[in-house]
Each structure stands twice: as C-alpha cells, then as structure tokens.
Design a protein around this ligand. Structure first.
Ligand code: NAD
Ligand code: UDP
Length: 357
C-alpha cells in the first residue's frame, strides 16, 4: 500500500517525501512540475537512498489520474498540489479556483470511487484573515481576504461536507503558518520562480547577490519594533507534522483540523538579525510602505497538534536561517542545474519513472 502525494516535487511536498520515506512509507508522487522540477525528487531519492514512483501529470487530467488509482494500491492521499501566490490569485482568480478547487474535487471523487477515504490536506493560516488577537487557535473565526485564501476556505468547507455525507472518510486539514528553512543536507529547498514574494526567499536572494536590498513592508505596526510578526516554522518540522497527521488519519475517521506552527512570533527585523548572525552575511534593508492586506501579528496556538498528534516544532529560528542559507548558497540558481550539480549523482532508484500520462 502506498501514500499518494500530490505536488510532492514542491517545497513542502519534497521535504515531506523524505520524512515519509525515512518512516518506511512507500510513496507515489503526482506533479505537473508547474512550480517545481523533477530534480527535487531525484535529490529526495539521493538523500534517502529510496525510490519513488513519479507520475508527471496534471490533476485536472482526471482520466490520467484515474490510471494512477487503477494500477496502484493507494492507502491515503496527502494533497499539497495547488497554486499559492496571493498577488497572482487576485490577477488570475479563475486559474486559482480551477487549480485549487477543481483539482481537489477531482481527487476526492477518485478517492471515493476507489475507496481511498483518507486525506491530509494543505490549508493555510491565511484562512484566519486579520485576526483580532494572538495566539491563533483552530476555533478562531475564519475569513479569507483574497482568492487564494478563499480557495483554501472553500476546500476546507467542502471537505467537511464530504465527511457529513460519508462517515467513512478520515480527513486532516493542516493550517500551516510560515514555512521556511530547508533540508539540512542543502540539497533541497524552496525554489521560487521569479522575484520571491515571501520574506525568507527574498532575504536569501539578497544574501546571494541576486537582489540588492530587502524592502521591509512597514515599520509602523503595533509590534515590538513596528515590523510585521509571523510564526516561522522549519519545513522539516512541518514535514514531520504531516507524518504525525498521516498516522492519525490512517487510524481514525472524521475531520480534524490542526495549526502547524511554533507558537512563537518573530518580527521582520528579528528575522533579518537572526539571518545575519546565523550566516555572517549582512542584509541591506530599506523601509517601505506596508503591503496591502498584511496582518500586523500572526502566530499559532499549536497546542491541539501537540496534544492530539504528539507533534511539536523543534527547530529554532537560527536553524531555519542557517538551513535556508545552506540551500541557497549551494544552489544559487535553485534546481537549475549548474556545473557542480551536473556531476554524476547517486540515484538509488531504478524505478525513477516519469510516465507522460
Ligand atoms: P509549491 O508550489 O512548492 O508546491 C506545489 C506543487 O504542486 C508544485 O510541485 C506544483 O508543480 C504542483 N502542482 C500545482 N498544481 C498542480 C496540478 N494541477 N497538478 C499537479 N501538480 C500541481 O508549494 P508549497 O510551498 O510546497 O505548498 C504546498 C501546499 O501548501 C500548497 O497547497 C500551498 O497552498 C500550501 N501552503 C503553502 C504555504 C507556504 O508558505 N509555502 C503556506 C500555507 C499553505
Ligand atoms: N515582508 C517584507 N518584505 C518582503 C517580504 C515580506 O517586509 O520582501 C514582510 C511581510 O510584510 C510580513 C513578513 O515579512 O510581515 C512575512 O511575509 P511573507 O510574505 O513571507 O508571509 P505572509 O505575510 O504571507 O505571512
């Protein structure tokens, strides 16, 4: 029996593949590589010495996806695949609704048809909108502020309806806070295309000399130093949260929702300072206007995940900065193969397959 991972070549998916393989799970990845490269999965195999079955297909292509269910014994699905850029979701909302909502309907439909009723879904802290207080617990009111957030909220709602209509389902919704960092090997990490929108990839691009200065979006918030505060979580901790969530999903039925965060908020200036002290690299900054729609403070109450999943984030902001930098400095162009990476690499897997359909 295998775990099907949609979007497994992406930032969070690839790190989760490693932790699942290390736990002994057999995994199958489906990805259209619209925001990732097959190279990330080659490196997952290299890091773990294990093999993955990979299907290069779009989840909107339900016929090809059905073949994956037909020829494999799938026990559960972890559904990472989706588009995630807030700004782009405003400009291209239909693309977001189609890619984030239709794909989830298609996959749930096939899961129902093949009696694979165990799902872990990637949601986001964005569903809390602009919270009135912190820390944010799972019972806080939900409000999406942009099309991306609405796709997450709508999927959360219809997943609850699926369980109401069929109590055999076991669905775990994970609301991520701000994932940063990279695997400690420096072989895999976040590889945004174009200029990054998020803080840490922007900082590492400044550090590696590809961007000149970090623009800080406002220093007039009611926070410790006036800059925005977020709950940054190491992507390996987040990946381990999926292993814990999968374990519970496999053993139960119902819909469970968990925040995955550290419970600690750091300001933008604190992150810059932590990065400088972890790496010795100075980050030039420029204070500019607040970004529309940004919350001043956002951090999780992660107690529910601790109690029910027996999971807790362990890595510090220092680890997050050091690991982000190890990945970026060794791979200045991300997964674009540079000279060093063209050297022969050990790929243990003989069934490193990328069928076209
Ligand atoms: P990512 O873009 O790195 O990974 C997503 C993967 O899904 C990519 O490999 C992409 O090629 C694939 N994909 C997208 N559409 C697809 C489709 N139609 N068919 C097949 N594959 C498709 O993103 P990530 O950071 O790893 O995020 C994973 C999930 O977590 C997303 O659903 C995202 O919305 C959610 N999330 C991310 C963050 C974050 O800050 N990274 C925060 C909260 C929630
Ligand atoms: N931020 C910033 N400059 C950037 C990117 C982000 O000052 O180039 C700030 C942003 O205003 C927020 C924090 O860094 O306070 C985290 O932003 P990110 O986009 O990474 O996460 P999100 O705001 O989506 O939680």
């Amino acid at each position: 029996m295998a775990i099907l991972i949609t979007g497994g070549a992406g930032f969070i998916g690839s790190h989760t593949c490693i932790e699942l393989l290390n736990e002994g799970y057999e995994i199958i990845v489906v990805d259209n590589f619209s925001n990732s490269k097959p190279e990330s999965l080659k490196r997952v195999c290299e890091i773990t010495g294990k093999s993955i079955m990979i299907y290069y297909l779009d989840l909107l292509d339900s016929e090809s996806l059905e073949k994956v269910f037909l020829v494999n014994q799938i026990e559960a699905v972890i559904h990472f695949a989706g588009l995630k850029a807030v700004g782009e979701s405003v400009k291209e909302s239909l693309k977001y609704y189609k890619n984030n909502i239709t794909t989830t309907i298609i996959i749930c439909d096939l899961m129902q048809k093949y009696s694979v009723k165990k799902l872990v879904f990637s949601s986001s802290a964005t569903v809390y909108g602009l919270p009135d207080t912190v820390p944010i617990s799972e019972e806080f009111p939900l409000k999406a502020l942009n099309p991306y957030g609405r796709t997450k909220l709508m999927v959360e709602e219809f997943l609850q309806d699926i369980f109401i209509s069929d109590n055999e389902w076991s669905i775990t919704i994970l609301r991520y806070f701000n994932p940063i960092g990279a695997h400690e090997s420096g072989l895999i990490g976040e590889d945004p295309s174009g200029t990054p929108n998020n803080l840490m990839p922007y900082i590492t691009k400044v550090a590696v000399g590809q961007l000149k200065v970090l623009n800080i979006f406002g220093n007039g918030y009611s926070t410790k130093d006036g800059t925005g505060v977020r709950d940054y979580i190491h992507v390996v901790d987040l990946a381990n949260g999926h292993v814990a969530a999968l374990d519970k999903t496999l053993k139960s039925t119902g819909v469970n929702i968990y925040n995955l965060g550290t419970g600690i908020g750091y300001s933008v200036l604190e992150v810059v300072s932590a990065f400088e002290s972890a790496t010795g690299v100075k980050i030039p900054i420029n204070i500019t206007h607040p970004r529309p729609g940004d919350a001043a403070i956002c951090y999780a109450d992660p107690m529910k995940a601790e109690k029910e999943l027996n999971w807790i984030a362990k890595k510090s902001i220092h680890d997050m900065c050091a690991d982000s930098w190890r990945w970026q400095s060794r791979n200045p162009n991300g997964y674009k193969i540079n000279e060093e990476l063209e050297n022969p690499r050990l790929i243990q897997s003989e069934d490193f397959l990328i069928p076209n359909n």
